[in-house]
Structures are given as structure tokens and as C-alpha cells.
Design a protein around this ligand. Structure first.
Ligand code: MEV
Length: 315
């Protein structure tokens, strides 16, 4: 098998990936129910592969990410680290014989551990940077598969919704193991995404729910039925009905114990300031939430009220 080699020596190659927000179905999607998510392009992760300065003494492949305080030679990263595993998998998938004499720099505006898919976005951006540097065609489905393997390191049994939405960069109706359909969402969907500022570790929340699966099974199935209805209202552009279903989805997530006081408080503030619906997004117990407004004025009012209450507006 021929191995791939680096494209032009002196060029910087980049890959980018968006965040995602789950509109309906988080957690239930892990157990085979459908989920609906859309990419968020206004926050992104960018990975770049830079050549070393010609006179640099040490030209061993190095990884730098300021947001996680990482600046280390690839060879010194622990083998179990998801980032190292990702790079190994990329090299294997694309027949790259040895680590590049490059600096891999990862920069992101996606809040970490906040329900917006920062881990999957990081994987996808790095895969795209390698594809650009080595000049190979990487199909979205292949990118998604590689990212999915790394999602498993973050939380044992991911649904695949995050890596799918982020790799394909399209709104999706997704079912674990059954693939996905790109869905049509209204062009002017006035979604407000905001951060509680509380970090939330997806693996911990997912594991906790798994341990109490029996208890939550009826709620999980109810969420599944709701997501089927939400697809119809969303695609029909029925904003008010979609908002009502978001409220209902939040209520069911509360029953699953994945909301928290801060999320409930901010979701309520969004509603009482004009949102037609609001819910947590992602794993919950912190992180982000998403609210829907019917018009630009209401969206502005919701954002202002949330900011005043200490939430950080992401979109
Ligand atoms: C995390 O973004 C969404 C969850 O449903 C987990 C998953 O789908 O793998 C909580």
C-alpha cells in the first residue's frame, strides 16, 4: 500500500468544524430513539498544521492547544489520550507512515464541556487539517466515523449524533445505528443558545443515566415519540408548536434528572421574556440551553434578559 506524504512543504493547512446544538432528543438518542441537531457555525474549532521554522532544532511533531494548556511533542503524549488516539487513527486510515514534521495548533471558540460538541468538533477539524496537508479527499462519512471512535473515549457508548451533525454540517434527524436524514429547518430559525457557565462532563451524566436506565425507560420512550412530532412541526415551520415541544422535552429531561437549578432558572427567564420554548441542550446538569423566538424583537429581548441574568450568549 502506497503511503501518503505531505503536500507542499512550506504551507499552513487548516481544517474547521462547527459546534452543534441538540434541538430534541438528547439522552434518549443513546437508547435508539431519534434525535434532532443542527450545526452552529458562529462558534468553531480550527486546526492548523504549520511547518517549523527552517532553523528549528527540534522538528518533532508537536501539538499546541492554548485552551487546554497543551504544548507537547506528540511522542510524549500519553497513549491513552483521545487526541493521540485520534492522530494514530487518522494516520492509519489515510496511510500516513510517520507523524508529520509539523506543529498542530488547535484553536476553538466553542465552550468546552458545555453540551455543544467541542470534543467532536476538535476531532473533525484535525481530520480536515490532515486531509488538506496530505491532499486526500476525506468524505464526510469517513470523517464522522473516525470522530465517532474518539467520541467513544469521551463517553463509552455515544449515540453518534454529535459527530454526525458536526461532520456533515447539516441539520439532521438521527437514529443510532440507523443513519440519519438531513432535514429542512426554517431559514430564519430564531434560536438563542446560551451558556450557564457550569461545566458538565458528558460521560458522567450519560453513565449515571445508564445506571438507572430501568427507572427512566418510560421517559426515554416518551422523548422518542416527542422527537418524531418535533420533526414535523420543525419542517413545517410551525414555530409555536416547536417551542411547545421544546418545553415538553425540557420537562422530560428534568424527570431524567439531567437539568439543574441554573438551567431551570435560565430556561424560565427565556420563556418569560418572550421565547416560545426553551430547553437544555446536550448532556445537561450545566452547559448550554436553547430557546426559540418567533421574531427578531422577541429574540433580542430574550438575549438581553439572559445576559442580565449572567448567561453567556453563544448564538
Ligand atoms: C451529548 O451531546 C448528547 C447525549 O445524548 C449523548 C450522546 O448522544 O451520545 C447526552
Amino acid at each position: 500500500m502506497a503511503t501518503n506524504t505531505l503536500e507542499k512543504k512550506d504551507t499552513v493547512h487548516a481544517g474547521t468544524a462547527p459546534a452543534k446544538t441538540i434541538l430534541f432528543g438528547e439522552h434518549a438518542v443513546v437508547y435508539g430513539e431519534p434525535g434532532i441537531a443542527i450545526p452552529l457555525w458562529n462558534v468553531q474549532t480550527t486546526a492548523t498544521l504549520h511547518p517549523f521554522a527552517e532553523d528549528a532544532e527540534d522538528q518533532d511533531f508537536r501539538v499546541i492547544s492554548d485552551s487546554v494548556n497543551l504544548n507537547e511533542k506528540y511522542s510524549r503524549l500519553p497513549d491513552a489520550m483521545p487526541l493521540k488516539k485520534l492522530i494514530r487513527n487518522i494516520m492509519e486510515a489515510f496511510h500516513i507512515a510517520r507523524p508529520p514534521r509539523r506543529i498542530l495548533r488547535i484553536e476553538s471558540t466553542i465552550p468546552i464541556a458545555s453540551g455543544l460538541g467541542s470534543g467532536a468538533a476538535c476531532s473533525v477539524a484535525i481530520i480536515r487539517a490532515f486531509a488538506a496537508a496530505y491532499g486526500f479527499e476525506a468524505e464526510d462519512s469517513k470523517i464522522s466515523d473516525i470522530a465517532f471512535e474518539i467520541e467513544k473515549c469521551y463517553h463509552g457508548a455515544p449515540s453518534g449524533l454529535d459527530n454526525t451533525t458536526i461532520s456533515f454540517g447539516k441539520p439532521v434527524f438521527f437514529r443510532k445505528g440507523k443513519g440519519f436524514e438531513v432535514i429542512h429547518v426554517p431559514e430564519k430559525l430564531r434560536l438563542i443558545v446560551a451558556d450557564t457557565g457550569l461545566k458538565s462532563i458528558t460521560s458522567e451524566v450519560v453513565t449515571d443515566i445508564r445506571e438507572r436506565y430501568q427507572q427512566f425507560e418510560p421517559v426515554i420512550r416518551e422523548i422518542g415519540r416527542l422527537v418524531d412530532r418535533a420533526r414535523v412541526t420543525l419542517e413545517n415551520g410551525d414555530i409555536f408548536e416547536t417551542g411547545a415541544l421544546m418545553d415538553e422535552n425540557h420537562r422530560l429531561l428534568q424527570k431524567m434528572t439531567v437539568s439543574c437549578e441554573k438551567l431551570d432558572e435560565l430556561v424560565q427567564i427565556a420563556r418569560s421574556n418572550g421565547a416560545v420554548g426553551a430547553k437544555l441542550t446536550g448532556a445537561g446538569r450545566g452547559g448550554n440551553f436553547v430557546a426559540l423566538a418567533d421574531n427578531a424583537l422577541d429574540a433580542q429581548r430574550v438575549k438581553a434578559a439572559l445576559e442580565k441574568s449572567g448567561a453567556k450568549i453563544v448564538r
